[in-house]
Structure formats: structure tokens, C-alpha cells
Ligand binder design. Structure first.
Ligand code: OAD
Length: 240
């Protein structure tokens, strides 16, 4: 891999693996299960309609866990790359944690939402998402929207919902000359297709993670190893 030049634009996509060394389990790592439920059964609009208490218990546990973790060298390396590249850098994360921001990243798009935010569950209500680190474990504890009275839900993109700001993501992919994917199994769409889209547009494509991802055929290079161990030296290489 050559170092970057002034014309390069770097698009980074991170998945659960970038936060693994901070102590947050990956989805595949927890076998997709929580208390015997499949994650897909507690992360859908249908699950929230049927049993909002169960869904909030799941996210409340995750909120508490997220309050105890700190960034690892992978998050810091990406923040350093952003500092050097400025507008030539774009970070899209599938993660709902705030570890990129805690490490100093500024241009972060959370395509699957943010664990520490909530919003109104009524899609026709225009109350904006808001910061919320609270836990809700009973029906009485779950707040209602002050504008329309509907239940408040986590600001998370659930299965069957469209990820946030896809127009901006597709625009940035079209501009990218290098796409770097870190710690994502490459099975969940639409993120799994970003590398294919960028490659069709002529971008170089690199994956960093301990296992070869499902979409490995679209990468020019797969660097096998843990993100926290690989990214600091890879970023140095890019910066020349
Ligand atoms: P996965 O759990 O599917 O994959 C995590 C990836 O991280 C795996 O490929 C691991 O090999 C890799 N990994 C593990 N430890 C690592 C380390 N130290 N450094 C680098 N990589 C490591 O997570 P995602 O691909 O992010 O969606 O999953 C995508 C989406 O599926 C999630 O955002 C979530 C889930 O359903 C929603 O919640 C909407």
C-alpha cells in the first residue's frame, strides 16, 4: 500500500470489531443471542410494538455497558488520520457507541444510530432525537413523547428499517479513492455492499480484522489482525 497523496479521499467504514478491544462484544461474538433471544427478535419495530419493556431492557443493559468503556488504539489511529486529512476523510460507523468521538473523531456518521440517544416511536411525529443515557426496565419507566404521547424508543436503526443518511454515504463513496473497512463481518446490508460500490468507482479497497470477511472478494487487500494492533502502523504508512 502506497502512502496517500493530496488528491486522495479516504472513506472508512467501521463495524463492531473496532470496539472489540474496548470490551464491547461483537454481534457474531455473542452468537447473536441475548438472554436466549435472537438479537433480530429484540431489534425490530415489531418487537417494540409487541413488548417495549423487553426491547428497552435489552438497550438499557447495553447503555450501562457503554458507559464503562474507553477507546482503543484503533479509534485513536482513525482520529489521527482525520486530523491530518481534514475534509479528505469520512468515517461511517455501524456502531452505536461513541468511542470514535471519545477518541477525537469529529466527522462521524452513525448509520445505525446511537445508543445514548432516544426518539419518539411515532414516525409521523417531528420531535428530534435527543441525548438519553437512562435505563428503562418497566412499562411505567418508559417515557412518552411530550408532543404526541407515543412511547419513546432507542434511536437505533432496527432490522427492516433504513439506515440513516444513506444519500450522504453514497455521495462520499462516490468521491472516495481509498475505502478502508475495519472489523465488520460483511454480511449485513447495505453496509456490506459499500466496498463493491466504491470499487466499481475505482477506489482502492482494504480490510482490517482478524477474520476474512464474507465480502472479501471486493477487497484489494485483507490485513489480518486486530484493529488496535494493525491500525496505528497502517495509518502511519498511509500518512507517509
Ligand atoms: P459483526 O459482529 O457481524 O462482525 C464483527 C467483525 O469484527 C467480525 O468479522 C470479526 O472478525 C471482527 N473482529 C473481532 N475482533 C476484532 C478486532 N479486535 N479488530 C478488528 N476486527 C475484529 O459486526 P458488524 O459487521 O459490525 O446492526 O455487524 C453489522 C451490523 O449487524 C451491526 O451494526 C448490527 C448487527 O445486526 C444493527 O444493529 C442494525
Amino acid at each position: 500500500m502506497n502512502s496517500l497523496n493530496n488528491h486522495d479521499r479516504v472513506f472508512v467504514l467501521t463495524g463492531a470489531g473496532v470496539s472489540a478491544e474496548s470490551g464491547l462484544p461483537t454481534f457474531r461474538g455473542m452468537n447473536g443471542l441475548w438472554r436466549g433471544y435472537r438479537v433480530e427478535d429484540v431489534a425490530t419495530p415489531e418487537a417494540f410494538s409487541a413488548d417495549p419493556v423487553l426491547v428497552w431492557q435489552f438497550y438499557s443493559e447495553r447503555r450501562q455497558r457503554h458507559q464503562t468503556v474507553v477507546p482503543n488504539p484503533a479509534h485513536y489511529a482513525l482520529a489521527e488520520l482525520e486530523r491530518k486529512l481534514g475534509d479528505g476523510f469520512f468515517l461511517c460507523t455501524q456502531n452505536v457507541d461513541s468511542l470514535h468521538e471519545q477518541a477525537g473523531s469529529r466527522r462521524v456518521l452513525h448509520m445505525h444510530g446511537r445508543i445514548m440517544q432516544s426518539r419518539c416511536s411515532n414516525s409521523r411525529c417531528d420531535t428530534a432525537p435527543f441525548d438519553d443515557g437512562n435505563s428503562y426496565r418497566t412499562r411505567e419507566e418508559i417515557p412518552r413523547c411530550v408532543a404526541c404521547g407515543a412511547l419513546i424508543r432507542p434511536h437505533i436503526c432496527w432490522f427492516g428499517e433504513v439506515p440513516f443518511e444513506m444519500d450522504l454515504v453514497l455521495h462520499q463513496l462516490g468521491e472516495a479513492t481509498l475505502v478502508l473497512v475495519v472489523g465488520s463481518s460483511g454480511v449485513v446490508e447495505p453496509a456490506a455492499s459499500f466496498v463493491r460500490i466504491a470499487r466499481r468507482g475505482g477506489a482502492r479497497t482494504v480490510y482490517v480484522g482478524p477474520e476474512v470477511p464474507a465480502n472479501h472478494g471486493y477487497f484489494d487487500e485483507v490485513l489480518e489482525g486486530k484493529a488496535g494492533e494493525m491500525l496505528p502502523s497502517f495509518v502511519k504508512l498511509l500518512l507517509g
